[in-house]
Design a protein. Structure first.
Length: 114
């Protein structure tokens, strides 16, 4: 089973932006509903955003209006555009198949300084 591979995390100042990318075996191209998750220090992993094959999205209330999830089915890529970042967004971000999850990947670290 191939793990997802996330990238794009970085250290940014509050108010900044980042774009995360993910590839996940053939799950995106195959039309699986995908999710972006995050795990902050000392907390459990939480679902931040999800997107269906057709592009319908749902977001965690705390990121609604600031984060945008998108996908490129042809190229098997998933994205998370994050704007107006806050220190509380600091976490390791992961992507995975929402309903048939793969083994978790390494994630990508996002650190937002105040």
């Amino acid at each position: 089973q191939v793990q997802p591979v996330e990238s794009g995390g970085d250290l940014v100042q509050a108010g900044g932006s980042l774009r995360l990318s993910c590839t996940a075996s053939g799950r995106i191209t195959s039309g699986h509903t995908m999710g972006w998750y995050r795990r902050a220090p000392g907390k459990q992993r939480e679902l931040v955003a999800s997107i269906t094959a057709g592009g319908s999205t749902n977001y965690l209330d705390s990121v609604q209006g600031r984060f945008t999830c998108s996908r490129d089915n042809a190229n098997n890529m998933l994205y998370l555009e994050m704007n107006s970042l806050k220190p509380e967004d600091t976490a390791v971000y992961y992507c995975n198949d929402l309903w048939s999850p793969l083994m978790w990947g390494q994630g990508t670290q996002v650190t937002v300084s105040s």
